[in-house]
Design a protein around this ligand. Structure first.
Ligand code: DC
Length: 223
């Protein structure tokens, strides 16, 4: 029986911070699925820096490149780091349209399932519990108020050395929320198989503890 933990939620909800902490405490590998969409998007922009919209023929060419996971856990495209930072605002702008393309989702999901086939993982994203690992042992949906998410993202960008305007970040988050929740192929949604947690308050320790408690409770009852 696999004991994967799927954590889904919108951008900036803090799911990666929570997921990483849960993984660390349970000694499980952590997989951030959004990074794979970002790798394809950054590889696309490295090849076609002037594109402001996705050209499907060009994207198909980029999809033929192979993504692998390094020993350190980062993702490499065609054996090397992509030259554009994965959280660059230009990647933010194009990543939702890229991730709405079914061929992209198929390529990413293949890689994610390959990773989860050999070990139990804590995997975060938008559709992990609905499409990638629908049989996950525990499914968590993490949400937070848009203003809180935009503030976190602005701080995160400045930590990465990128100047970010709060209003522009908020607008980008809201646009991506709309695209990610309304696309046809595996949209972001929280169904009744999830436990929904609100992460609007600062400090996610309580949420991490809640997830670990629930995970242990289920293991105790599963035996
Ligand atoms: O989590 P993130 O912001 O790094 O994700 C970047 C984009 O990738 C996001 O706008 C939607 C997409 N994504 C997705 O469609 N499905 C996933 N499982 C993870 C991310």
């Amino acid at each position: 029986m696999t004991r994967d933990i799927a954590i889904d939620g919108p951008s900036g909800s803090g799911k990666s911070t929570v997921g990483m902490s849960v993984a660390q405490r349970l000694c499980m590998p952590f997989v951030d699925s959004g990074l794979l969409y970002r790798v394809f998007t950054a590889a696309y922009l490295a090849e076609y820096p002037d594109d402001r919209q996705i050209d499907h023929e060009r994207l198909t060419k980029i999809l033929k490149g192979v993504i692998v996971r390094s020993k350190e856990g980062s993702f490499l495209y065609e054996g090397g780091e992509v030259p554009l930072p994965l959280h660059d605002p230009r990647v933010d702008e194009l990543v939702s349209p890229v991730s709405a393309v079914p061929d992209v989702r198929r390529a990413v999901n293949r890689e994610l399932r390959r990773i989860a086939a050999v070990q139990d993982v804590v995997m975060v994203g938008r559709d992990i519990g609905t499409a990638v690992l629908p049989q996950a042992f525990l499914k968590i949906f993490i949400d937070a108020a848009p203003e809180v998410r935009a503030r976190r993202r602005t701080i995160q960008l400045s930590h990465h050395g990128m100047l970010a305007d709060y209003n522009a970040v908020l607008a980008n988050l809201l646009t991506r929320d709309a695209l990610d929740s309304t696309r046809e192929d595996s949209p972001l949604l929280c169904d009744s198989t999830y436990i929904r947690l609100d992460n609007s308050c600062d400090g996610s320790e309580a949420i991490v503890n809640r997830i670990i408690e629930e995970y242990r409770r289920r293991i105790a009852h599963a035996v």
